[in-house]
Design a protein around this ligand. Structure first.
Ligand code: SF4
Length: 325
């Protein structure tokens, strides 16, 4: 596997980076994206409504359930009722195809937008002023994007203000990028075994069952056609990482890792490590504390198996994501 490129490429709703592209000519700059994440990322920004040719400023649009066809969602102008659906679908399809060449490792979408919203977007049942509204809509661009890239990590900016969801998303972005590098290298079964071994602790922190399912897939990999193996492994790997890690699961993983250094530690060091693992389990210290101490001992004792684990450094430490979970 080639070394990590310096920057990860992430797609983003353009207004979140501060571009004044919203219907009212305003932006929705998100400070986490522009100030904290930006140094590690090459953004690929898209404003679907501008690309459709709606102009700035423009009439706001909303999602409406098609009369007589509840499965179909229309995009209509709020006042004029102008129907943008077909144009948006065509542009979204083309844009998403073009994004396939951009080698994205993730996507951040603007919440609640009839184009970019990933979930819970307002969906009107008809065009009358008193039409009922449900929060089950999906923005037309977002729907096209997630259909085309079902395993790509995708989140909305609002959810990224929650420290656990933020850490989870960024972990998935970097994990996805590692996986794509494995595939790009014309991988052998041995490469996949090595990859799976390095991801073991990270996977266990999310789901023990999920780790086992992937393990069975890897164990039987020789008999599976390469394209199918890739598709199955990627789908399950990304699904497992989406399950939020918990302090309890982290504690289990850390205890497992402690087992690899324990015999080389004196009683005092062992007790200290145990105590910070328990402190994290009980919510007294953030995850960075036990992980840093464990990494320190793994380095000092040169335990290669542990040092190879992505779990010890799943994303740049400067982001300080594990200081808040
Ligand atoms: S939410 Fe999407 S469509 Fe709306 S302004 Fe932002 S990028 Fe453009």
């Amino acid at each position: 596997v080639k070394p990590t490129p310096t920057l990860i490429r992430i797609g983003v709703s353009a207004c979140l980076l501060g571009a004044e592209v919203r219907f009212d000519g305003q932006h929705k700059r998100d400070r986490f994206l522009t100030d904290e994440l930006a140094p590690f990322v090459e953004w690929v920004s898209v404003c679907p409504e501008v690309e459709v040719g709606m102009g700035i400023p423009r009439e706001a649009v909303r999602l409406v359930r098609a009369p007589g066809n509840p499965e179909r969602t229309l995009m209509l102008g709020n006042q004029t009722g102008q129907d943008w659906t077909a144009r948006m679908e065509v542009v979204a399809q083309k844009r998403v195809e073009a994004l396939a060449a951009e080698k994205l490792s993730g996507y951040v979408l603007k919440a609640n937008s009839p184009s970019c919203g990933m979930e819970r977007v307002k969906l009107y049942d008809g065009t009358q002023a008193n039409a009922t509204v449900v929060r089950t809509g999906v923005g037309l661009f977002a729907a096209t994007l997630t259909r085309r890239f079902p395993t790509l990590p995708v989140e909305e900016e609002g959810r990224l203000h929650d420290p656990r969801l933020r850490e989870n998303f960024i972990e998935r972005v970097f994990a996805y990028e590692r996986l794509q590098r494995l595939w790009a290298d014309d991988f052998s079964v041995g490469d996949l075994v090595a990859f799976h071994t390095r991801e073991k602790m990270a996977l266990l922190a999310h789901s023990v069952d999920g780790y086992r399912v992937l393990g069975r897939l890897v164990a039987g990999a020789k008999g599976v056609p390469r394209a199918s193996l890739k598709e199955q492994y990627e789908a399950k790997f990304m699904e497992v990482l989406k399950t939020l890690a918990t302090p309890g699961r982290h504690a289990n993983v850390l205890m497992h890792m402690l087992g690899h250094v324990s015999e080389h530690l004196n009683a005092e060091d062992r007790a200290e490590l145990l105590s910070v693992i328990e402190d994290h389990r009980n919510g007294l210290v953030p995850l960075v504390v036990p992980v840093t101490l464990l990494r320190h001992h793994a380095r000092r004792l040169r335990i290669d198996y542990l040092l190879g684990q992505s779990y010890l450094e799943p994303h740049p430490k400067e982001l300080m994501l594990r200081n808040h979970v």
